[in-house]
Each structure stands twice: as structure tokens, then as C-alpha cells.
Design a protein around this ligand. Structure first.
Ligand code: SAH
Ligand code: SF4
Ligand code: F3S
Length: 456
């Protein structure tokens, strides 16, 4: 009999990818995904440890699930509770001590063993946060069951960079790149099942160096190979480190039309002193040069970034350097965070921790500029023709919602048959969180800079 599985995921897109794979691994055991924890036979919390706030959510969610489990048990049913992801990796068995109603704790590198863990959980608490020698990807089912037209594909995992603020090298382990053949096979299956856009994922995705014909392939070469897949209309990749932006990858931005002109390239700070203390291994000028090279290759490229304010020792002058860099580069979109002290990372022990109110004020100042830039970027889209991949029905009848090359949400009146297609849309208005447009007649009036193309 079918059992219900609910997976709740926090954190980065790699967690979203992992959650999709967990559902696929558990499907042969009879588990079918459902939309909420109520009435579920199994619930999985896929957690994120990147900042304190993200990690705190875990125990409050587990508290709610404890009551649901008790209710189900009172009705003679059961509910298996599993905690995976980066908090599970970092806190390990502490989770079983603090939340004894949890049945399974597993890490980001062991979820391919979930079927055995579920079997064992009938008898005992299960705990598996190993970093296995054999990568999980070799054990995951080949079949993919994508639920949309835009899909994620992890090609690289882990990180060897050890930025002093970051937990990822500890929770995800050492850098690993999947072999080219494995990535291509998975991409082909996703496309055969209806995906039109694939986002290649990795904590350091542009450090990709997977084994392929003739030796290790870089990300640029992988992208060129994936671009050969018929009916794959769009390729993206995230998250990149500025240091690993090599010439071949930059050239791919000039030469591969399906590679979208939008890049998330975290800079973190505009101050060389702060960047050195963060162990980012580049100076602000190095970042500027990378952006220059990218823009020379692809003039319509738009950038997104991540920023940390209030890193230990950050002075007013350091922060001013960040604001100056933002003004100079101009970002279409960005994420910015107050520095969060993470136990076990080198920066947590640094002197000069910045007071909370200073961090908050700096974050406000930075976000004001970033918001202005984002709005200006979106406003400049009005009147232009952008290619839109229609993903799903909109809020109103006859409306579809999709994404522009720059990840902007675009809604337009369009027939259901346009779902899953990439169609030129003339942008007519800017709303709070989206753009509105009308399907444009294809033809020579299309501005070449949008690299717009329709895929039937
Ligand atoms: N691998 C990516 C980012 C991974 S984490 C990179 O190298 O850029 C995503 C973002 O979270 C980071 O870019 C950083 O801006 C933020 N972040 C990570 N650790 C943090 C911390 N301790 N406090 C605040 N923000 C943090
Ligand atoms: Fe974390 Fe730095 Fe690695 Fe990004 S590059 S995952 S910020 S250690
Ligand atoms: Fe969070 Fe782990 Fe991703 S800490 S950001 S879920 S790699």
C-alpha cells in the first residue's frame, strides 16, 4: 500500500536537489510524496547549518512534528521522523539526545542508504553521518522523475576552500566532481522527462574537474557538451567562486547560446583586509577583473552576488569599500547577510566581533543600494523583448508564469500549450516581485542582445 512521504528542505539548492533524490530513492519502498506533514508515514527534515538562524529552525520544526507523531501513534498509526542535511552532519547524535522522537539522523553524503536506514529504524535509532569513500551518486537510481521544466543537477559537491566563516567544508566534506558521463546521462534523462532548463549545482561549481574522455574536464567543457543535448534550451550554474572563473568557462559565456547571461558570483566584501581575513584568496580588484572579462565575453551578462557584513574586524572603512564595489559593479540581484558566528569555524574565535546593532545598520545600508540596483535592472526590462521559459499556470485564468534569462519571474497571457516552451515576451510592466508581458511576434524586431530564441 502506498505510504505518504513529506520532505521539508531548508538551505541551498543542493539541499533541494538532495531532497528530490531522497524521494526517488524511497519511491520503490512505496513512499509517495505529499504536501504536508499531517498524515504522513515518514517525514524528512533536510537541514541547513550555514547561519545560526537557519540551524535554529530545526528544533522548532521537530517540536511540531513530535506532536503530530504522538497524535498519529494515539490513532494506532506511525510516523517515521528523519533529519538529514548539514545540521545533521554538524550536530550528529546530539539531535537524537535533544529530540528523542527522531528515528533517523543522516548526513548529506549518506542519503543513498535511506532504504536500509528505514528498515533498521523499525528496531532502533539510526545514525549515519559518515563520509563514505564511494560517492553516493554511484548508488542513486539512474531514473529521474522531474516535476518541472526547470531542474537542478548536482555536478560537484563539497569544498576545499575553507573560508574562515563557513561550515560547508565540514558539513559537506572534501570537493568531489561527478564523472562527465554520469552528468551527461542524468541531464539526458531529465530532458527526456520534460526538463528544458538545467541548473548545474556545486558549492564550488566552477571548480568542477570531473573525469571525462581524455582526462579531467572543466566546467566550460562540460557545459559545451551538455549544450549538445537536443531540446535542452537553457543551462545555468551556481555557485561559483571568483578564483575558479577560468578562461574556458568565460569563453563559454561568449560561445554557448543556451548558457544564460546571468551569473551568481559571490564577492562577500569589497575590502581587501576583510577578504584576506575571510580567506577568500582574492582581492577586490581581482573580482573587478573577472567581471570585466565576463562582460567582455557576454555584454548582456547580469550579475548576482552574496555579501557578508560585520565580519570580525570589519571597520567603517572596510564596509565603505564594499559599498563602493557595489556601486561600481552594479548587481541585478543579491543576497546579503549579517555575519553569523558558526561554532568550529576559525572566524568564530577571531577578536573584533562586530556588535549586532552595527551589523544591522550596515545590512540596512547595503540592502538599500542593492534594492535600488535590482529595481533599476528590472525597470530597464520594461519595453524589451526577453525570452521566457514558461513553467506553470499563473494566478489568473489564461496566464502562465515563467522566468527570463535573468531569473526574473514573468507572467503573460499565454495558452497552456506554451508551458515548457521558451517564447519571446515583450515586457510591458514591472510589479513588486515580477514582470508582466505579452507574447511577442517572433521576427527581426527582436533585439539581438537578449539572445532570445524560441524553441518549439
Ligand atoms: N560556496 C558559495 C556559498 C556558500 S554559502 C561561495 O563560496 O560563495 C552561501 C552564502 O552564505 C555565502 O556566500 C555567504 O555569503 C553566506 N554565509 C556563509 N557563511 C556565513 C556566515 N557564517 N555568516 C553569514 N553569512 C554566511
Ligand atoms: Fe563556504 Fe568558502 Fe567553500 Fe563557499 S568557497 S562553500 S563560502 S568555504
Ligand atoms: Fe546550508 Fe549545507 Fe547548503 S549548510 S547552504 S544546506 S551546503
Amino acid at each position: 500500500m502506498a505510504k505518504k512521504l513529506f520532505i521539508k528542505s531548508y538551505g541551498c539548492q543542493m539541499n533541494a536537489y538532495d531532497s528530490a533524490r531522497m524521494a526517488e530513492i524511497l519511491a520503490p519502498l512505496g513512499y509517495l510524496p505529499c504536501d504536508g506533514p499531517e498524515g504522513a508515514d515518514m517525514v524528512i527534515l533536510n537541514t541547513c547549518h550555514i547561519r545560526e538562524k537557519a540551524a535554529e529552525k530545526v528544533y522548532s520544526e521537530l517540536g511540531r512534528w513530535r506532536r503530530l507523531k504522538a497524535d498519529r501513534e494515539a490513532q494506532g498509526a506511525s510516523m517515521l521522523i528523519a533529519v538529514g542535511g548539514c545540521v545533521a552532519q554538524a550536530e550528529g547524535e546530539d539531535i537524537l539526545r535533544r529530540a528523542p522522537h527522531v528515528d533517523i539522523v543522516f548526513g548529506p553524503q549518506t542519503y543513498h542508504r535511506l532504504p536500509e536506514m528505514v528498515a533498521r529504524a523499525r528496531r532502533e535509532s539510526v545514525f549515519d553521518t559518515e563520509f563514505p569513500v564511494e560517492p553516493k551518486f554511484d548508488f542513486l537510481p539512474a531514473e529521474r522523475t522531474p516535476d518541472g521544466v526547470s531542474e537542478l543537477l548536482s555536478v560537484q559537491e563539497g569544498c576545499d576552500k575553507f573560508c574562515t566563516f563557513c561550515v560547508v567544508p565540514y558539513t559537506r566534506g572534501a570537493e568531489y566532481s561527478r564523472p562527465v558521463a554520469q552528468v551527461v546521462a542524468e541531464a539526458e534523462r531529465l530532458v527526456a522527462a520534460g526538463a528544458r532548463e538545467i541548473t548545474l549545482l556545486g558549492q564550488n561549481v566552477n571548480a568542477y574537474h570531473g573525469e571525462g574522455p581524455g582526462g579531467a574536464w572543466g566546467l566550460g567543457r562540460l557545459i559545451r557538451r551538455l549544450a549538445e543535448i537536443d531540446r535542452l534550451g537553457r543551462i545555468r550554474y551556481t555557485t561559483s567562486h571568483p578564483l575558479d572563473m577560468d578562461d574556458d568557462l568565460i569563453r563559454a559565456h561568449a560561445e554557448v547560446p543556451v548558457l544564460m547571461p546571468f551569473l551568481h558570483l559571490p564577492v562577500q566584501s569589497g575590502s581587501d583586509r576583510a577578504l584576506a581575513a575571510m580567506n577568500r584568496r582574492y582581492r577586490a580588484d581581482d573580482y573587478r577583473r573577472v567581471v570585466d572579462r565576463l562582460r567582455a565575453a557576454r555584454p548582456d551578462l547580469a550579475l548576482s552576488s552574496d555579501f557578508i557584513v560585520g565580519f570580525p574586524g570589519e571597520s567603517n572603512a572596510d564596509f565603505a569599500a564594499t559599498l563602493a564595489l557595489v556601486e561600481e559593479i552594479g548587481f541585478a540581484q543579491a543576497y546579503s547577510f549579517k555575519y553569523s558566528r558558526r561554532p568550529g569555524t576559525p572566524a568564530a574565535a577571531l577578536a573584533g566581533q562586530v556588535p549586532e546593532d552595527v551589523k544591522a545598520a550596515r545590512l540596512d545600508d547595503l540592502q538599500a543600494i542593492l534594492n535600488t540596483q535590482r529595481l533599476a535592472f528590472n525597470r530597464a526590462s520594461v519595453g524589451r523583448v526577453l525570452s521566457v521559459l514558461f513553467e506553470r499556470a499563473g494566478r489568473y485564468p489564461g496566464q502562465l508564469v515563467g522566468r527570463s534569462p535573468y531569473m526574473q519571474a514573468v507572467h503573460a497571457t499565454a495558452p497552456r500549450s506554451a508551458e515548457g516552451k521558451i517564447i519571446d515576451v515583450r515586457i510591458s510592466a514591472l510589479h513588486a516581485n515580477s514582470l508582466a508581458g505579452v507574447m511577442a511576434a517572433s521576427g527581426p524586431q527582436r533585439p539581438p542582445a537578449t539572445a532570445a530564441r524560441a524553441i518549439a
